[in-house]
Design a protein around this ligand. Structure first.
Ligand SMILES: [Zn+2]
Ligand SMILES: [Zn+2]
Length: 217
């Protein structure tokens, strides 16, 4: 007699922090794929869960999961980079001042801030904060990114513009605030992920990147 074994049901793991949970118990769930989610935000939840585990190599973190549109994957990664940029700004705030950095410079380049019409010169930290605000409001604007499963072609140009400016933010810190950049990077690895992403998916061409080549992923 042949016995047919039915597939045993997957154990249901709660992906929520609940009241009364101990700190070390929080955010401890895992996901094998975006399809594990029971919400429409599967790709975002999967990416956030994977990033929290912090034990994966950078290249593995940016590999697009099966059945996910690569442009959506890039979009979700850039959203996370912007969230982490909040912490980076807090790291930089005390030393990137109007006195130390009265203009947005990266090596010999000077950049005007696109948050103004027409673009104008801002102190580096202001450029960084304005760029961060502009990127965040663009990425969360349903007009530009109305779908969870695909990115409209016209919005890809916006992603590329945002990524080009974010590259300058990291490069400014690398050139002018190296110790702080490295402290932040040791903890969050935001730039290495960002750099691997923009190169892997050709979001910013190599000759448009301002970070020195030796520091890129
Ligand atoms: Zn500075
Ligand atoms: Zn500005």
């Amino acid at each position: 007699m042949t016995e047919t074994l039915g597939e045993s049901p997957k154990p249901i793991r709660s992906r929520r922090n609940v009241r009364g949970m101990r700190f070390e118990e929080m955010n401890q769930w895992t996901m094998d794929s975006p399809e594990d989610s029971d919400t429409p935000f599967g790709v975002r939840e999967y990416l956030q869960t994977t990033l929290r585990q912090r034990n994966q190599a950078t290249q593995a973190l940016i590999e697009v999961p099966p059945n996910v549109d690569p442009n959506v994957w890039v979009y979700e990664h850039l959203r996370e980079v912007c969230i982490e940029l909040n912490f980076f700004i807090a790291y930089l705030r005390d030393e990137c001042t109007r006195e130390s950095c009265p203009e947005m410079v990266v090596g010999e380049w000077r950049f005007l801030c696109a948050a103004h019409r027409p673009p104008q010169s801002c102190a580096a930290l202001e450029y960084i904060v304005h760029t961060h605000n502009g990127a965040t409001s663009c990425l969360t604007d349903i007009k530009h990114f109305p779908f969870l499963a695909r990115v409209p072609e016209r919005s890809m140009k916006m992603l590329k513009d945002i990524a080009r400016r974010l590259d300058r933010v990291f490069a400014h810190a690398y050139h002018n605030h190296r110790k702080t950049f490295l402290n932040f990077e040791n903890h969050y690895r935001t730039y290495s992920r960002f750099s691997a992403l923009i190169n892997r998916y050709s979001i910013v061409q190599a000759n448009e990147q301002t970070m020195p080549e030796l520091a890129r992923a």
